[in-house]
Structures are given as C-alpha cells and as structure tokens.
Design a protein around this ligand. Sequence first.
Ligand code: ATP
Length: 300
Amino acid sequence: RSPDLLEDESAKKKSRVEGRRPPPLDIRSYKFHRKLGEGSGGKVMLASFAPKKQLVAIKIVQKKPNKCNYPWISMEAWLSKIARECPFLCHSHATFQSKAQAFFVLEYAGGGTLYRMIFRQKHLQTKSIQFYAAEMVVALQFLHSNGIIHRDLKPDNILVDNDGHIKICDFGIAAAGMFAGWKIRGLAGTPGYRAPEMLSLEAYDAGADWWSLGVIMYEMATGRKPFVPSLDPAREFLDMKLTKVDYPSHMSQEMLDLLPKLLEMDNNNRLGVNGNIREHQFFAGINWSELEKRTTQTPF
Ligand code: ATP
C-alpha cells in the first residue's frame, strides 16, 4: 500500500480523537542547527533528535495552497520509507506535517554530495568511479524491481555518508507502478541528465535512469557533461543527436566500452535495459553480494 502522508496524519488525528495513545513525537522533538542545502522542493536542515543526540537531515517542503504538490509530497514520503530496504538510498526516520509544511526526517549523509566531490577533485579515479557506480547500480536495480523510476538522478542527488558510501536522495518526482512493459510520458528531471526519449516526449521506462547513470559516470571521469544542457528539451535533444561524445584518452578501456552502452540513444539497446550491467568488464572484481551488504571497504 502506498501510505499517503496526508492520510497518515489524519489517521493519527482520528486516533487522538478516539482517545487512543497519540504518536509519541512531533517535529518539536528535533533541534535545528544549520542549512545543509536547498532545492526547488524545499530546504534541508541539519538537526538532532534531542533524546538521542542523533544527527538527522530534515527536508522541509512548503505545501502549496492549491495542493498541486501534494502528490509529490506523498510520493517522497512513501519512497523515503521504502528506501530503508536498500543501503544506498537515503531513507526517512519519520515524516510530519503542519498545515503549511511537510517535514521529512532523513538519515544524515555527512560526506556531502557527489557534485561537490567532482567540483573539488575535477575528476575522480577509475577505482572510485567503479565503487560509486556499482552502489548506484544496486540502488537502481532495487528501485526498478519495485516498479520505481527515480527520474532525477544527478550528482546533487547522490549523497555520500560518513563512511564513504552513497545515498541517493530526492524521490519527489519518482514514478511508481512502473513494472516491466509499462511506460510513462512527461518531461521530468534536470537539464543535462535527461534521456533522449524523455526529451523527444516519447513514452519511456527505467532506461531513463540508466541514461542518467551514464551521464553521471562520464561527469565523474571528466568533470564535465557529455551533452550541452538546455532548458528547451527540443534543443537539448537536437544537440544530443548532433554531438559526437568526446571520450578522453585517459579513460580506461573498460569505461570506454561501458559509457557508449549507457549513453545509447535507443532505449531498447541501452545497457541496464538490455543486458546485465553487473557482468560488464568495468565492474570486474566487484563482489556484488558483499557490496549489497554495504560492508565493502571504500577505495580511499
Ligand atoms: P531539487 O531542486 O534537486 O529537486 P530538492 O528541493 O528536492 O532539490 P534535495 O535534492 O532533496 O532537495 O536536497 C537539496 C540538497 O540538500 C542536496 O543537494 C544536499 O546538498 C542536501 N541534502 C539533502 N538531503 C540530505 C541528507 N540526507 N543529508 C545531508 N544533506 C542532504
């Protein structure tokens, strides 16, 4: 069942009215410290849970008076709970709401974002790219096998926790119910990371996330995007069709083989959709069952 945040709260209210035990906590149980980040959906604050002094990140989203963002809020609330089942997704400890705001109490990822890492280091070592990409593969396969497409994968939404493992966040525009054979229409995501079939306004599936992974891996390797981003999807699509991706000579042979298979214009031939990405040579040496437990040593 998809627990609707707003339904959840009205159920709690009902239980209070009926004299049953009220929920033990509310947002006032948290002490706010500083702003961690801000996006189109709201701001994210570092906070601590007073009784345990545990650090958390609280995402605060303003509810629109016309309720138009309620579906996104509900989706994020539902998905951030499911995320608990995969160690590479950022999950929520709790969700609350007031009349004007929704609060997502998220696990705190203290290592910053992949965006910041790429910005600082210019480009990452192949070993690090292999490690982060492998954790992303596990997270994406978990989401897709549950019928969920993330639709907004980008380095700003890939957090790194205190132990150096990734935590994919921001499920606000994810699409659910996308089991094998289902496709969805509608432009979503961020310029520079959107798949060609999305930009050309065709129906698309989980292949859109595999495309974004290809863009992110290219960016980790080079510090730049493979295609020119544009707010105009038609223009971005045209540029994409005309661009011959520049693969620098310092890239490993395995990466030179993998990236064009992810940045494949035809979704049906794209690795991830067509073929098991885990078996690609780029990931040779990865012990997937160990990696899935999040016990693998980080390469740094
Ligand atoms: P967007 O405009 O991309 O949709 P958004 O409003 O949905 O953004 P998020 O992407 O969820 O917001 O978060 C914005 C920023 O806040 C992130 O890029 C990151 O810097 C920081 N942040 C979010 N969640 C956490 C977390 N759990 N731990 C640490 N920092 C976080």
